[in-house]
Design a protein around this ligand. Sequence first.
Ligand code: PRE
Ligand code: MN
Length: 357
Amino acid sequence: MAEALDQLREQLNGINFELLRLLNERASIVREIGEIKEKQGVPKFDPVRERAMLEELTQVNPGPFKDAEIRHLFKEIFKASLNLQEEDHKQQLLVSRKKQPKNTVIDLKGTCVGGDTQVIVAGPCSVESYDQLRTVAAALKQAGIKIMRGGAFKPRTSPYDFQGLGVEGLKMLKEVADEFGLITISEIVHPDHMELAEQYIDVIQIGARNMQNFELLKAAGEAKIPVLLKRGIAATLEEFVHAAEYIVVKGNTKVMLIERGIRTYEKWTRNTLDISAVPLLKQETHLPVMVDISHSTGRKDILLPCAKAALAAGADGLMVEVHPDPQTALSDAAQQLDIPQFEQLWSGILNSGLFHQ
Ligand code: PRE
Ligand code: MN
């Protein structure tokens, strides 16, 4: 008995190998057909041809497989064959790893993002005063941190909330950054403001609410300085990656992505930090990927574990909001760290062994 079973299995093994060989031989021919169809500009999917083949096969089917099973099996083969043809000619996005296997590394005045080292971007939610900016800038400088954020144009949920200092805010950022030798990031909300950005800041941020503002993305694609693109509050990774493509296709290849939490039913955090976005974006694109631990959580008490998770997942950088006196902040008061809290977070990050400078 046992011997018969072994023998039958041995026979099946042989058939499996034969089927495997035949399936792949078929696939090679399918590929050649795909090439011809591509040249002729005709659709790869040919339901008439598929139906004709199924008809022929069921007509000569000797069993024991029923016609329905033969149809099912061959439909799977056709589906896989079609996938192969489409895969061969799929237009690869410029931002995709398939198009460019090597990481894009962005050099910000000597500080590289997307290479072997990580960066941290810190600063207030909004630019409010020279005093405020100088206090933060001094703390960053002291900590050896090079990149400062600060919002001048604030797209707020309510029109009655503080809307930012506008151009004045950008000028203040530049003055203080020059004084302390820092690199600056600030959000731009209007396509006409790209030259203004080039004049006063080092990196243009496109905010979450504008991730699919296509005219703004196109304008950022024509700008001469790098862009930090935030993931929209309800954007899929597919939409996020395509938003980045809008910028890159216009010629600006210096794009960094930043996961900033997505809207879910969870209320204990402001948004839900989608950690899986980090390895997925690193895998599917060649762009630097950062994580905004402040806006994703909206809290101050879980920043270190979230920062560690982001770094462990492969993030190229972190963003965190810091304000000299968060209670009086004109925006995002609840989530901004004061300077001692920030210093504590920073030493936790440095001691984690996950941050390489
Ligand atoms: C093939 C693949 C996809 C089409 O939908 C129909 C048939 C197949 O696998 O047999 C091959 C093919 O492209 C073709 O015969 O035109
Ligand atoms: Mn903010």
